[in-house]
Design a protein around this ligand. Structure first.
Ligand code: BTN
Length: 320
């Protein structure tokens, strides 16, 4: 029914149609019309509504359909084929199922909305309808499982470069893979591994970039720590951003397959916003402070403390 209402509004785009007209045309109550319109507005449709005039569709969100993505794709294999879903629990979950069934390297699973978006350390990741780019890639690199953490750094570099190219030149990477703008988080990256101690079967590289999230979309505790292109005053095409992201990932992934991770590590260092800063590290069983000096060849963070250098493999970092 919601699609019928949308089709009706699209047919009458930029014209006012009354609730009564819609309800007569589709055989539903005016209250039901109003409820569907409210849901469409939450999904990013700009619909003007006045008691006497009715409803007028002004703008529809740009959706990430399979065709739209493939039409603009500049890559050889990253982002092909496209598996598009309007709503999923988590694109990483769908990606895992497809990878287990043998989906080829490069497959992308992209959704308008995730109802159970997942973050690191079992956290949830907010992914409202058409307000960000939420996707997962299936990769099958010929690397040792020990090197998988560096695939996360690869993703962070690709995302930071893409965000810069779309107008936010001051974004930086916080170890290992948060992308911050003005100290607030804009991106989440979750890399998951399937394999044994000796061999990687596949990696799921899950990335979420906030494009249109506004303060109203965020729970109170996230308002001061999460940002988006829109909150930074930049209007970005989600399609164009996705195409840049996939091209940047492919470029770095190609380099890693040919030459290893040294270039990724060098680019990560130059895009980092925390090296040289005082940090507090919280890991599973302890918390300590020091100066984040560098990352080592495995991508671990090196923190200089009064007692010597700590090698951090996992943990939450707070920049002081
Ligand atoms: C984090 O910030 O802790 C990581 C968040 C990762 C979110 C992305 S969105 C696409 C993919 N699907 C998920 O469920 N998570 C990742």
């Amino acid at each position: 029914m919601r699609q019928d209402i949308l089709d009706f509004l699209i047919h009458h785009k930029d014209e006012f149609v009354s609730g009564q007209q819609i309800s007569d045309q589709l055989g539903i109550s005016r209250t039901a019309v109003w409820k569907h319109i409210r849901a469409l507005k939450q999904r990013g449709y700009v619909i003007e509504s006045y008691t006497k005039k009715g409803y007028c569709l002004r703008e529809a969100p740009e959706l990430l359909s399979e065709k739209a993505i493939l039409d603009g794709l500049q890559t050889k294999f990253v982002g092909r084929p496209v598996v598009y879903r309007e709503r999923v629990d988590s694109t990483n979950n769908v990606a895992k199922k497809l990878a287990d069934q043998g989906a080829p390297e490069g497959t992308i699973i992209v959704a308008e909305e995730q109802t159970g978006g997942r973050g690191r350390i079992n956290r949830t990741f907010l992914s409202p309808y058409a307000k960000g780019v939420w996707f997962s890639l299936i990769l099958r690199p010929d690397i040792s499982p020990m090197e998988v953490a560096k695939m996360t750094l690869l993703a962070a570099v690709a995302v930071a470069r893409s965000i810069r190219r779309h107008g936010l030149a001051d974004c930086g990477i916080k170890w290992p893979n948060d992308i911050l703008v003005q100290g607030r988080k804009m991106v989440g990256i979750l890399t998951e591994l399937n394999g044994s101690a000796e061999k990687v079967n596949y990696i799921i590289m899950g990335i979420g970039v906030n494009t249109d999230i506004m303060a109203d979309d965020l729970p109170e505790d996230l308002k001061s720590i999460v940002t988006s292109f829109a909150r930074e005053g930049i209007r970005v095409s989600r399609l164009a951003l996705l195409e840049t992201l996939l091209a940047e990932i492919e470029r770095l992934y190609d380099t890693v397959c040919r030459q290893g991770f040294s270039q990724v590590l060098a680019e990560w260092r130059s895009l980092s916003c925390m090296l040289g800063q005082e940090v507090t590290v919280s890991s599973v069983n302890r918390t300590f402070s020091g100066m984040a000096r560098d990352i080592d060849e495995n991508g671990n963070l090196l923190v200089d403390t009064a007692a010597g250098t700590e090698v951090v493999m996992a943990g939450d970092i707070h920049v002081r």
